[in-house]
Design a binder for this molecule. Structure first.
Ligand code: ADP
Length: 500
């Protein structure tokens, strides 16, 4: 039994029968049920009508003069426009009806006259449902094919870009860091073969310090979707160290989350930059030194007395010249350290006296600035022996203390302390000064990075101190970082490995 539907499908039915009474009966019966019915008595008219406006289903009488049902069906099935329309044959009980032929020419079902209303409706309903599902399926199929084509085109573009990109690229899984693919530029830069890297872990490519940068980059990428230009040192297969910038995105490869690591080899650029900076600095140093000598001579009064205004202007000139020579010296210092011209030579020694010495050295500056400089008791490190280049560690400590004092208001505090943490000795320089905004924390150890462009002028700095400190600590196989809260203060941390 068919269930009575409140809203039967509004389907367009084409009924073809040479007996007008049959048609009238069929039409009335279907119209009552909400179908739209077009009735035709001749096969040729039916074919024209079906082509002009393809119906959803055709009811087709078998026995008709001029063109019988089989022929009408055959012709409809030959035309692209009408070939998919379901055709149900109608045969009279006494007729010679060849079912096999009906199916062969493309009919999908048949009903026999006299009709049983329920049977006709049930068959119509079934075939219209099947047809609708078929149409939906075809539409989905087309959409799917379009999507596949688009995806394939996108993948094609991606792999072309991947292969042709002049930047070295590594694709590795997010969770395990397993290398899935590298491009030719990467192989060229690193000196490895494809088989030497693919399916291996990233620790085959990256040194422990590079892996640390990679982990930071991964955490950031997972947070904000991408990371750009993180600098780290990359060791090639033949152990040549290259300076590279890492940019990262997350991509999905075969359903697996992966990192797309795009590298930029800036070794040569850096070398030229450094060469240029040190060349310029060298050239500046000699004339600057003689300028300062001349200014000092003027200041001594040996060449005559200056007016008060003249003395004021002379002081400005001396201050600025001293700042310039400090800058030149810092640049040269950093470059010489980096290129190994100034050796950093750690030897076994005790840290505590260095903390005392650094505090004593900076005491005068702190007093002048009205800042309370405190060396906290650090008994835990009294007998601890570390590998240190004491001059360089002292330089680092005084630089950090000097920054703390410079950027802390009178009445504020700068504290120095140290303790043992796992296999490290941790030194902390904490101030209650103006703090550093969070977006600057990442870059503050880079050359010439200052929170405020006026800091170098107002505080007499060069923007190189922290870069030098970082270099010194890295050369001690240690770590330096900071935490800071704007308006509340900063804490600089240094970790130096304990000697075994
Ligand atoms: P500078 O010679 O300019 O002090 P540094 O590399 O030592 O160079 O410091 C870079 C910049 O970092 C400073 O100019 C300042 O903007 C910021 N900075 C460093 N230390 C502190 C601190 N303790 N408090 C606030 N800002 C600081």
């Amino acid at each position: 039994m068919i269930s009575e539907r409140k809203h039967p499908p509004k389907a367009d039915i084409l009924a073809i029968d040479d007996t007008p009474e049959n048609l009238a009966l069929l039409s009335q019966m279907l119209t009552e049920k909400g179908y739209k019915v077009r009735s035709v008595t001749k096969g040729s008219t039916a074919i024209r009508g079906a082509k002009a406006a393809p119906p959803d289903l055709i009811l087709l009488d078998v026995k008709m003069p001029e063109m019988n049902g089989y022929e009408v069906c055959r012709q409809l099935k030959m035309d692209d426009l009408t070939k998919d329309i379901p055709i149900i044959f109608i045969s009279a009980l006494g007729d010679v009806f060849d079912k096999v032929k009906a199916f062969q020419v493309g009919g999908i079902d048949y009903i026999t006259k006299p009709f049983q209303v329920e049977e006709v409706l049930a068959r119509l309903d079934t075939h219209l449902t099947i047809r609708n599902l078929q149409i939906k399926l075809e539409a989905q199929n087309t959409q799917l094919q379009q999507e596949i084509a688009q995806k394939t085109a996108a993948e094609d573009k991606f792999s072309k870009a991947f292969r042709a990109c002049p930047n070295p690229i590594v694709i590795a899984t997010c969770d395990q860091g397993q290398i899935l693919e590298v491009n030719d530029s990467f192989l060229q830069m690193s000196g490895y073969d494809t088989v030497e890297v693919t399916n291996h872990n990233l620790d085959r490519l990256y040194s422990p310090s590079a892996l640390e940068i990679y982990q930071q980059a991964l955490a950031k990428t997972q947070q904000q979707g991408y990371v750009r230009n993180l600098e780290f040192d990359f060791s090639t297969k033949s152990n040549r160290v290259k300076t590279v910038l890492l940019s990262m995105e997350i991509i999905e490869l075969g359903g697996i989350k992966c990192t797309l690591q795009i590298l930029n080899d800036i070794t040569e650029r850096k070398r030229l930059e450094n060469e240029f900076i040190s060349l310029v600095s060298h050239e500046l140093r000699t004339p600057m030194t003689s300028t300062i000598g001349a200014l000092d001579l003027l200041n001594s009064g040996q060449l005559g007395t200056l007016s008060d205004r003249g003395k004021q202007i002379l002081q400005v000139a001396i201050r600025n010249s001293e700042r310039l020579i400090r800058l030149v010296n810092d640049i040269l210092d950093l470059e010489r350290m980096k290129s190994g011209k100034i050796a950093i030579e750690p030897v076994r020694c005790n840290l505590k006296p260095l903390l005392v010495q650094a505090t004593e050295t900076m005491q005068a500056m702190a007093t002048k600035a009205g800042v309370n400089l405190i060396l906290e008791p650090c008994d835990a490190i009294t007998h601890v022996v570390l590998y240190l280049d004491s001059d360089r560690i002292l330089q680092t400590l005084t630089n950090l203390l000097s920054n703390g004092i410079k950027f802390t208001e009178p009445g504020g505090i700068v504290k120095l302390t140290a303790h043992i943490q796992d296999n490290y000795c941790r030194i902390i320089i904490r101030d209650t000064g103006r703090g550093i905004p969070s977006d600057k924390l990442e870059f503050i150890f880079e050359r010439f990075q200052q929170v405020d462009a006026s800091d170098s002028r107002s505080k007499g700095g060069t923007g190189l101190g922290l870069a030098i400190c970082r270099h010194i600590i890295q050369r001690h196989k240690g770590k330096i970082w900071l935490e800071s809260e704007l308006g509340k203060g900063s804490s600089f941390y240094i970790e130096l490995p304990l000697s075994i």
